[in-house]
Design a protein around this ligand. Structure first.
Ligand SMILES: C[S@@+](CC[C@H](N)C(=O)[O-])C[C@H]1O[C@@H](n2cnc3c(N)ncnc32)[C@H](O)[C@@H]1O
Length: 289
C-alpha cells in the first residue's frame, strides 16, 4: 500500500498503515516500535488507544502527517526530537534541538549519587544540566535535598525548568553559570557536584552518527581539540566549591577515565572509575580531601 492506493481506497485501517510504515522504517533497529510511536504522534494517541484503534479507518489528514514525519525520520531526525520528549530514570523530559537528548548510560550518575553517604539534606550541584534530567531525577529521589542546576545556555535552563515542573520537582534552583564561576564568586560549597559535561573532541565530531551531528547541539557535546578541556577545568575548579570529604561525580568518554584520574592529581582522598551497563568506563567519582 502507498498514499496513492490509499486515495483510491480510503477505508484502509490503522493496522495497514502501521505495517506499511514499519516496512518504510526497515533501516531502523526497531521499525515496529518507531512506526507505532510516529503513528501515536500523528494521531495523538497513547499506546493503549493505539492498539485499540488498529481496526479503525485512517483519515487522509493523518496520512499526510505520517508522510511528513517519515520524511524527517529518513533524514535522520532523532525520534526524541520528533516526539519532543525522552524518558530518563523512568521520568518524561521535554526535549528539543536546544538540548542534548538524555542517554540511558547517564543514569549511572544518578544511581551512584544515590548510593553516596551524604548529609540528610545534601546540597547538590548539577553542572551542564541540559534538559535537567540528572537534577530532576535526583530531586524526585531526594525531596529533602537542595539542588542547584546550572548551564551556560539560557535556552537549556528554560527547558530544564519546564521539566522540573512537569515532574513536580520543587527543590531545584536554576542558575546560568560558566562551569563553577558563579559559585566560586559567591563562595558556595556543595556536598556533591555531579556533571555530564561535553567531552567529545573536535576530531571525533565529524565521525559521529548523522542523527547526532546534524541535530544535537554541538556545544553540548564538543569540549575542544582534545575533548578533555571542560572536564579538566571542572576538576581544577571543583575543590573550591566542595565541602571537606564531598564528592565530584563526572561522566567521561569511554577512553578518558585513566587520563581523567591523572588530571585529578592530589586534591582527592578517593577516586573510583564506574562502568556503564554496557561495560564501558563511563564515570569518575572523586572525593575531596
Ligand atoms: C553533554 S550535555 C549534558 C546535558 C544533560 N546533563 C544530560 O546528562 O543529558 C552538556 C551540557 O553542558 C552545557 N555546557 C557546555 N559548556 C558549559 C559550560 N562551560 N558551563 C556550563 N554548562 C556548559 C551544555 O549547554 C549542555 O547542556
Amino acid at each position: 500500500m502507498n498514499y496513492k492506493n490509499y486515495k483510491k481506497n480510503p477505508s484502509e485501517t490503522l493496522e495497514t498503515l502501521f505495517r506499511w510504515l514499519a516496512a518504510q522504517l526497515r533501516f531502523s533497529s526497531c521499525p515496529f516500535v518507531e512506526a507505532r510511536l510516529l503513528l501515536q504522534l500523528a494521531l495523538g494517541l497513547d499506546e493503549n488507544s493505539f492498539f485499540k484503534n488498529l481496526g479503525q479507518p485512517v483519515r487522509r489528514g493523518v496520512w499526510k502527517k505520517v508522510l511528513a514525519l517519515l520524511k524527517k525520520r529518513k533524514e535522520s531526525w532523532p525520534m526524541a526530537y520528533l516526539a519532543g520528549k525522552k524518558e530518563f530514570w523512568s521520568l518524561e523530559f521535554k526535549v528539543n534541538r536546544q538540548v542534548l537528548i538524555p542517554r540511558p548510560e547517564t543514569e549511572i550518575l544518578v544511581e551512584k549519587a544515590l548510593s553516596l553517604k551524604l548529609p540528610e539534606r545534601p546540597q547538590v550541584l548539577d553542572v551542564g544540566t541540559g534538559c535537567g534530567n540528572i537534577a530532576v531525577a535526583l530531586g524526585r529521589e531526594w525531596p529533602e535535598a537542595r539542588i542547584t542546576a546550572c548551564d551556560l545556555s539560557l535556552r537549556a535552563l528554560k527547558i530544564a525548568r519546564e521539566n522540573a515542573a512537569r515532574n513536580k520537582v520543587k527543590n531545584i534552583y536554576f542558575v546560568k553559570s560558566n562551569l563553577l564561576n558563579y559559585f566560586i564568586r559567591r563562595r558556595k560549597k556543595f556536598d556533591l557536584i555531579v556533571s555530564n559535561p561535553p567531552y567529545i573532541s573536535e576530531e571525533e565530531w565529524p565521525m559521529l552518527d548523522r542523527s547526532v551531528r546534524d541535530f544535537e547541539p554541538r556545544k553540548a557535546l564538543v569540549a575542544g581539540p582534545t575533548g578533555l578541556e571542560i572536564i579538566k577545568k571542572l576538576i581544577m575548579q571543583a575543590p573550591r566549591c566542595l565541602k571537606r570529604s564531598a564528592y565530584l561525580l563526572i561522566e567521561v568518554g569511554s577512553s578518558q577515565a585513566e587520563v581523567v584520574l591523572e588530571l585529578a592529581g592530589e586534591n582527592w582522598q578517593e577516586a573510583e572509575v564506574l562502568k556503564d551497563y554496557a561495560g564501558f568506563f563511563r564515570a569518575v567519582c572523586l572525593r575531596r580531601k
